[in-house]
Design a protein around this ligand. Sequence first.
Ligand SMILES: *[C@@H]1O[C@H](CO)[C@@H](O)[C@H](O)[C@H]1NC(C)=O
Ligand SMILES: *[C@@H]1O[C@H](CO)[C@@H](O)[C@H](O)[C@H]1NC(C)=O
Ligand SMILES: *[C@@H]1O[C@H](CO)[C@@H](O)[C@H](O)[C@H]1NC(C)=O
Ligand SMILES: *[C@@H]1O[C@H](CO)[C@@H](O)[C@H](O)[C@H]1NC(C)=O
Length: 416
Amino acid sequence: MVFKIKLHLLLVLSPFIFVPFNSNNSCNNYLSYLFISFSSDCYHNPDVNDNITNIIQRHTNSSETHHVQTQDGYILGLFRIRRDNPRGVILFQHPYNFDARIWVTQYNDSVAFLYWRAGYDVWLGNTRGSLYSKKHVTLKPSDSDFWDHSFHELAYYDLHATVEYVKKTTGGSKIIYVGYCMGAISGLIYASIKPEDASKSIQIMITLAPVISYQDAHGPLMTAIAILYKLQPLREYMGIYSVGRYDIWYLRLLRFFYLFFPFKKLLPYTISLFFGWTPDEMDPNYANLMVSHFGSEASLKVVDHGHQMHLDNRFQVYSYGNDHNMKVYGSPKPSLYSLEAIKLPVFIVCSYDDYISHYKDNERLFNSLPQEATIYGKLVVKGMNHFDYAYGKRRNEEVHNKVLQLLNSLCEDKSN
Ligand SMILES: *[C@@H]1O[C@H](CO)[C@@H](O)[C@H](O)[C@H]1NC(C)=O
Ligand SMILES: *[C@@H]1O[C@H](CO)[C@@H](O)[C@H](O)[C@H]1NC(C)=O
Ligand SMILES: *[C@@H]1O[C@H](CO)[C@@H](O)[C@H](O)[C@H]1NC(C)=O
Ligand SMILES: *[C@@H]1O[C@H](CO)[C@@H](O)[C@H](O)[C@H]1NC(C)=O
């Protein structure tokens, strides 16, 4: 009896016992993950179990870590892949529930390295609350006030502080801003509420998969967001103000389990269900890389803010309800972010197959911007979902090489 139980336990644990961390963890195709120890399509990728500074260092030898303090006391981590005499300076800002790792977890082919190799000084921002931005002068992440921010504060405080820091540290010339989903939304808000500051510091804003109203956004993620919104009183009663505390034990266990789970094709199917049906687009090489670096804590108020834009079909400030809005804003209706106020060029990149950043929403965004802001047009791609800008097989040919081409036409090569 005891022997039987032990045998079962051994069978259950066997993948964890017999697959040491320094063996193969990545494959060129999903099927090969079933034969990860024998297949010639598989290899060991050291980035899977490493941290961001080591990853950057391994591929570029140019890793720097910086910290920026916002006006309201948050201390944000900021990573730099340094290049002297660069063609230009680029600040990347990550999507919701992610952090700077999203730009460097495609092995040697990472998005950030592509731009760095093209001659740019690359900076990777981290919004408040995410893995590298958990410090505040007085608050702690366990305080509810620490999470009391919507897209608005990410723009007003975090972006302002980060953009100004990068500009100052690199010699005072205008920088290039690349925002992905939440990074794109807060970028647009920043350019709309601080148009003078933004146009003084940012040469061009590249928005990857932006959203302004979520009117056409659909899929189970939007349903989940609607349910979360309804549960707001319960969440607050239970003291839940953020999503993605990925250091909690069961999420760690789940991640650990998935890293050894051989049917990796489940990952692109799951992601496709939520973010756009393109299961063949996700690169199998990055399955474990993505999972081991997925998730960074973020405020639920940001999600609520997005859902309110969806409900009211307006690109507007966070709403506290009519009465409280009167107290906070002096008017019952939440005010609109004026896209007409934007004074810098915005280059929109979106996809027909993205459930969240819908191409129709992007059409409205394009048409709402002043003519001077849209001089470079926009780029609408096919067959890529909301995730594929980072982990899709064709992300470079469809998106990043084209963005680079535009940037190169604006920035002269200073390498020799
Ligand atoms: C890793 O994969 C290679 C084939 O690329 C294979 O020869 C090697 O034995 C594998 N190593 C381990 C430890 O799984
Ligand atoms: C990554 O690990 C190295 C040690 O291997 C450490 O020096 C560095 O501070 C770590 N970076 C981060 C961002 O934690
Ligand atoms: C970084 O420097 C080390 C030691 O000089 C060298 O071995 C390595 O190849 C360099 N890596 C890159 C990506 O340049
Ligand atoms: C990245 O590494 C892989 C495997 O070593 C190699 O085949 C590929 O050419 C490299 N890509 C770049 C851009 O260096």
